[in-house]
Design a protein around this ligand. Sequence first.
Ligand code: SF4
Ligand code: SF4
Length: 212
Amino acid sequence: MTNTATPNSSTEITVNGTRLSVSANHSLIQALWKTGHPNFKSASCLEGVCGSCRIMVKYDNQSAVNMALACQSKVEPGMQVIFPQYLEKESTALLNHRYRLQLSSESSEQLKTIFPEAADCRHCHGCTVACPKGIDVEQGITLANEGKLAAAGDLFINCVMCDLCTTSCPENIAPNYVALFARRTTAVNQPTPTNLARRLQALQRGELKIKY
Ligand code: SF4
Ligand code: SF4
């Protein structure tokens, strides 16, 4: 995709059905922020925290609609964008998993208890297609189901927890939360590096101050 806009020029795009004139030569999130549009007055990444601003995007000369992240998508003339609704975390059982991490010999069994639906993966590929970070989400679920939790967790190293894989799963599996469990349980079963252990102990004794 080639952007022919000159520096400081503006271009027309459609966002959630509304035509907007935005600054070209910027990422979508920067361009929207510059418009002063109420929905984009505060972009959390501009304050240091990723807001997982996932989009559905269709470019002018393409028929396909792709999933992407607004911060990683450059403004292109005529692009059409939708910001899908987020799942309500408080009210969605899908996203509420409470557990205490256990030792590795029990982790696979724990996975089956916490995420029994993961075993129902039908390998439809929907989660992988939906992922704006290009993660092979389906493979991650397969590995987790095989008890290969470290390998599963490693696949999700670039996950931004946008929940698109969860939204797209017909079996109500929350792959990113399965991955979070896999990474947590892997970490808790690894020995803490000596230097880090000393620092944590010093922190607990009040010998180190945290500066905000
Ligand atoms: S939450 Fe799912 S779709 Fe989003 S980045 Fe992570 S793996 Fe990909
Ligand atoms: S969308 Fe759900 S059922 Fe389909 S491959 Fe991904 S985890 Fe499996």
